[in-house]
Design a protein around this ligand. Structure first.
Ligand SMILES: [Zn+2]
Length: 354
């Protein structure tokens, strides 16, 4: 009993135990807690190949079409030649694949802030959707409570299916919208509110899907500022200050329009953008790596190309050698001694080397 109290005390002091443990302890002090957190040993780190300086995949999706792979004339689940559009069948297969490979979803904004909360031995993955397409979250009507009814074969419909199927998957995604929001005038406001109330995030993809390399500074500010204004009106304080760059342009952080994407005052309102997302090709650094630059983040194009040119298959093969693997504690950074010279921003967390 005494020993048990001491364990509880440690859990409370270090804050590493779940809240469930504390509550159960108070109610039934004689019963062992269900999920008692044990101290991890170096052996545990080794056995699980923990490496919190490994790479993190940020997947870039656009449209999800209610089709089978055999309905398209392109490779795998690509609906168009370049695979920006994907079949619902392929998207379901992607989600099964990531889960079985030991990936668990985290929010893009948490990643940027150095909050990586996944179980011991698992790896973080981030999902993003650009263009505010109708098939991101297709609304088919309202139920008797006035809540939106979501097409089960649209991206969010499928994500919700996986939320039920694998509760430990931590299903989430960030949707980057243009001025037309999700192109469903009747439901746009309800959709934005529904998304942020159900664990998803919404970010900025510019008002008219502008190519920043072809416009001036004032237009750049208008493009970014208008979308932040829409978000401020509909979901104030609940969206993410992240811009997905249309066409991935400009391709250089030193481009003269970049400062205007990051900060400006448009129409009387000042905005600050914390990250810009590129149309990338491969995984990104750990937020704790010296290579990490939250201002300019690469993404993986979620498409099929027979395992070449940085398609999903190729990227996850590459990741099998250098992926981020968690110690299950978001307040520590555990790194193998061999890669500790890669350590960058530690966000004031405790660093453990092994
Ligand atoms: Zn786009």
């Amino acid at each position: 009993m005494k020993k048990f109290l001491i364990i509880t005390l440690i859990v409370l002091i270090t804050g590493c135990g779940g809240k469930k443990v504390e509550t159960e302890t108070e109610k039934e002090p004689d019963k062992q807690p269900v999920e008692e957190k044990k101290e991890l040993t170096l052996e545990d780190y080794k056995n699980n190949k923990v490496n919190e300086l490994g790479e993190v995949p940020i997947m870039m999706y656009h449209g999800i079409h209610n089709k089978k792979n055999s309905d398209t004339e392109y490779t795998g689940g690509n609906v168009d030649k370049d695979g920006y559009q994907r079949t619902a069948e392929a998207f379901r297969n992607d989600l099964e694949f990531y889960y079985k490979e030991g990936y668990r979803m985290i929010r893009l904004t948490d990643y940027v802030d150095g909050n990586v909360d996944v179980e011991l031995g698992k790896s973080p993955i981030i999902l993003t959707f650009d263009d505010g397409l109708e098939n991101s979250i297709k609304v088919t009507g309202l139920d008797s409570n006035g809540e939106i009814i979501i097409d089960p074969n649209s991206a969010v419909g499928i994500l919700e299916e996986f939320k039920k199927k694998y509760p430990d998957y931590n299903v989430t995604a960030t949707f980057f919208i243009n001025g037309g929001i999700f192109g469903q005038e009747k439901y746009n406001e309800k959709i934005l509110n529904w998304l942020v109330d159900h664990g998803y995030d919404v970010g900025n993809h510019t008002n008219t899907h502008v190519n920043f390399s072809t416009v001036n500074a004032a237009r750049s500010e208008e493009e970014v500022g208008k979308v932040y204004k829409i978000l401020d009106q509909i979901i104030p304080g609940k969206y993410v200050n992240i811009v997905a760059l249309p066409f991935g342009s400009p391709y250089d952080l030193d481009h003269s329009n970049m400062p205007h994407i990051f900060s400006a005052t448009y129409d009387g309102k000042t905005y600050e953008t914390k990250s810009a997302l590129r149309v990338g090709w491969k995984s990104e650094s750990s937020p704790f790596s010296s290579d990490f630059n939250p201002k300019f983040l690469k993404r993986i194009r979620a498409y099929d190309n027979n395992g070449v040119e940085f398609d999903i298959e190729m990227n996850f093969k590459l990741l099998s050698n250098n992926r981020y693997i968690s110690d299950g504690d978001k307040d520590t950074i555990v790194v193998p001694t061999t890669s500790k010279d890669k350590l960058g921003n530690t966000y004031n967390k405790k660093v453990i080397e092994y």
